[in-house]
Write a protein that binds this ligand. Structure first.
Ligand code: GAL
Length: 355
């Protein structure tokens, strides 16, 4: 394997092997993805002085990813975000899912794609080094119908990392995949939080939640609320405003912003995140209609991450392009249905720069 794609093998304490692929580009970007959960384990990016730091949260020890309740860097599936009451109807039949968030299903259920060992399908060591991981999710996996063949392609091209999730089924099912990377562009997660990061989300509306973080069904305008990120705004500026019930329910931001009514053909800009301290900027592009912005509200110091640092509230934030949450139970939110012969496609691009 050429130097721009290195592979290492780690033996878990349960005897299984995890492979980690590190892709490097000549712009100083370096990303490591592991087969346990098709997880983005580290991402080194240069700051305005050219100094590289790891800008994503996670663990040094791959065994810690077997639990990974915070879903650091993980690929989410078969259904990212929540499905209310852990059940849905498809073509007139009810399906019951495994529940792992009270009565509800979160990020695919008790196991989900994030705790499975994926296969390495292909590695390309060309100018845009790429690793493609594959997973076969059997009929009935966590309660979902139909066998699903999933691919996750991670491609590094200059200062841009693209993730392309595709999936095909042999019987009608529902699918919503995403990636749950937590960013701290300062590169010092576990020392500084993300409240000073400036965030832009070009969305006019978002999905309000109930006390269990399940959508109420309403789509609400962001104007005149702390959910208006249409111009660059520090994440921490309004996050403690308890007059906004939605912030109280989420313990901060933990909501889906609406960018459209259905997936688009090509990715377009869905978020910009800038850390004034390091000068690093992340532009995120996606073809998905929703963007879950989660400000790391449940990080409480019980996760000890890389370099023996404890992660506490808002030490990182995640931006997860996806369908609107609970779409299978909300016809007005669109559809999550995938039929045999069709290809599910979630295309995410992270574009880095520093000034
Ligand atoms: C987020 C979700 C949060 C929380 C988190 C994992 O995607 O919106 O409510 O469950 O994952 O800790």
């Amino acid at each position: 394997m050429k130097h721009n794609a290195r592979q290492r093998c780690h033996r878990l304490t349960d005897g299984r092997s995890v492979h980690a692929i590190t892709l490097t580009s000549d712009t100083g970007l370096e990303v490591t993805i592991s087969t346990l959960g098709a997880t983005l384990q580290s991402l080194l990016a240069p700051d305005r002085h050219g100094a590289s730091s790891d800008v994503v949260l996670g663990y040094d020890d791959f065994n810690d990813y077997l639990k990974n309740d915070a879903y650091f860097g993980a690929t989410l599936g078969r259904y990212a975000n929540r499905i209310g009451e852990g059940r849905f109807f498809l073509d007139g039949r009810e399906y019951r899912l495994s529940t792992n968030d009270g009565r509800h299903t979160l990020h695919g259920g008790a196991i989900g794609f994030s705790r499975k060992l994926w296969d390495i399908h292909d590695v390309d060591t060309g100018d845009a080094p790429t690793v493609v991981m594959a997973l076969s999710s059997e009929d009935g996996d966590d309660g979902f119908p139909g066998t699903l063949a999933v691919r996750a392609a991670f491609e590094l091209r200059g200062s841009q990392l693209a993730i392309r999730y595709t999936a095909e089924c042999d019987a009608p099912t529902i699918v919503c995949l995403s990636n749950h990377t937590y960013f701290n562009l300062n590169g010092l997660a576990g020392s500084t939080d993300i409240l000073g990061h400036e965030l832009t989300i070009p969305a006019d509306s978002y999905v309000p939640i109930d006390v269990n973080s399940i959508p109420t069904g309403e789509i609400r305008a962001v104007v005149d609320t702390p959910f208006d990120f249409r111009t660059p705004t520090a994440v921490g500026m309004r996050i403690r405003d308890a007059r906004e019930t939605q912030l109280v329910r989420g313990r901060g931001y933990d909501h889906c912003w609406c960018l459209g009514s259905s997936p688009t053909d090509e990715p377009r800009l869905v978020a910009r995140l800038r850390d004034p301290a390091s000068g690093r900027t992340l532009e995120m592009l996606s073809n998905q209609p929703g963007l879950q912005f989660y400000s790391g509200n449940f990080l409480d110091g019980t996760s000890v991450g890389k370099q023996q640092r404890m992660y506490r509230q808002s030490d990182g934030l995640s931006l997860e392009p996806q369908l609107l949450p609970d779409t299978p139970n909300r016809p007005t939110f669109g559809t999550a249905r995938l039929a045999p012969g069709a290809v599910y496609n979630n295309h995410i691009i992270y574009r880095f720069s520093a000034q």
